[in-house]
Ligand binder design. Structure first.
Ligand code: FAD
Length: 370
């Protein structure tokens, strides 16, 4: 049965993509976002062909290119102590209609929000959802005590999702033993249009250009015993980053030297939510499956979810939500496991093990971006 109205909780990448896709199919959509406005927040994201499929279907590729999204030419893996590439995957080997982009999260959010407004999606900001109740119809309560109902409630409210706990027990995240500094620096070092993973013992650095190639996005990961708070925006002293990567040379050293204001992020492993949907409530993106960044698939999986959820409810109404969960959960679980498996490959310590593993990567040609 055709659904007429939906509430999307969360104006992140997954929530906005779902809002546009539903609105284009004639659903009256309201997005509730806890922040006071769409904020210029976050740094770089990699959009691979699977995520791009959704953005293209929403008609947004040209707008993103106009905002300086960089079309990636290759993914390159290097060892911190060698000039040669351990592996290079040329994106010209992709199918001709496929492409790989690097973009700023703020630009993607802005383009999605603009497209949502053009589809008459309504936004309420400063609207923090405190609880969600599955039912016919499902409902939710905001922090101000007011309640809302809709035929479909989409929980796209990220890693600390309230919608997730409506359908599941509170999840327990484990610290992975890794922290990541994130920063953007001016591209004065001539970083090519490639995603570069520079690997070293107990640490790795991912870099790629943003905004027409004028900036370089850095994600520098270090293994640590001590816990760091989960979240995207804990400011840190750049001296800590430089100390962690002391002894590295070449472009990696130049990029790290240029960092002025990094944020530090403690990487946590969350289980995939056991239940993704129930009586008119459906989870998507990080609310259903927080994803470690070692395969650059967090945003791409959220985009895929948004598309699959819309297709499912438009063909079978909210009664079809179990089909959405059945379709998405196995794929997402595989992707999350693959992302978790990458960290050890990047951080190999012992010389002979690194030598063998890097040669296997050279021969296998498997791309594993961070
Ligand atoms: P998110 O992008 O996390 O969006 C969730 C949205 O829900 C947010 O807007 C949040 O404010 C809102 N929300 C949360 N709780 C509530 C509530 N109770 N009521 C109402 N609204 C709520 N990934 C990268 O690869 N690089 C980055 O630089 C990067 N920066 C990020 C910065 C921020 C501030 C956030 C929130 C996420 C960032 N991510 C980044 C993560 C990446 O965007 C997500 O992993 C991925 O896009 C999945 O998106 P999502 O839509 O599921 O969740």
């Amino acid at each position: 049965m055709q659904i007429r109205n939906a509430i999307v909780v969360g104006a992140g990448i997954g929530g906005l993509a779902a809002a546009i896709a539903l609105a284009r199919r004639g659903v009256a959509v309201t997005v509730l976002e806890q922040s006071e406005a769409i904020r210029e927040i976050g740094a770089g994201l990699q959009v691979s062909p699977n995520g791009l499929f959704v953005l293209r279907a929403l008609g947004l590729e040209k707008r993103l290119a106009a905002r300086g999204a960089v079309r990636g030419q290759a993914a390159v893996m290097r060892s911190y102590d060698q000039a040669d590439d351990v592996m290079r995957l040329d994106f010209s080997r992709l199918d001709p209609d496929q492409a790989y982009y690097f973009m700023h999260r703020a630009d993607l959010i802005d383009v999605l929000a603009q497209a949502a407004r053009e589809q008459n999606v309504s936004f309420e900001f400063g609207a923090r959802v405190v609880s969600v109740t599955a039912g016919e119809p499902p409902s939710l309560t905001l922090q101000d005590g007011s309640t809302r109902r809709a035929e479909l409630i989409v929980g796209a409210d990220g890693i600390h999702s309230r919608a997730r706990v409506a359908l599941n027990a509170e999840d327990k995240a484990d610290f992975t033993g890794q922290v990541a500094w994130r920063a953007t620096v001016p591209n004065t070092m001539g970083h090519a249009d490639v995603a570069m993973v520079t690997m070293g013992p107990k640490r790795h650095l991912v870099s790629y250009p943003l905004r027409g190639g004028n900036l370089v996005n850095l994600v520098a990961v270090e293994e640590r015993k001590t816990w760091a708070a989960e979240g995207w925006n804990h400011a840190d002293d750049p001296a800590h980053l430089r100390e962690a990567f002391a002894g590295w040379g070449g472009m990696a050293a130049q990029m790290i030297e240029a960092v002025e204001a990094p944020t530090l992020w403690g990487l946590h492993r969350h289980p995939v939510a056991p239940v993704w949907q129930q009586s008119g409530v459906a989870l998507l993106g990080d609310a259903a499956h927080p994803t470690l960044p070692f395969l650059a698939q967090g945003a791409n999986m959220a985009l895929e979810d948004a598309w699959a959820l819309t297709a499912t409810v438009m063909s079978g109404g909210v009664k079809a939500l179990p089909a959405y969960e059945a379709m998405r959960k196995p794929r997402v679980t595989r992707v999350i496991k693959a992302a978790e498996g990458n960290a050890w490959k990047f951080h190999l310590r012992r010389g002979p093990v690194r030598f063998v593993a890097h040669n296997v990567m050279r021969l296998g040609g498997k791309y594993a971006p961070g």
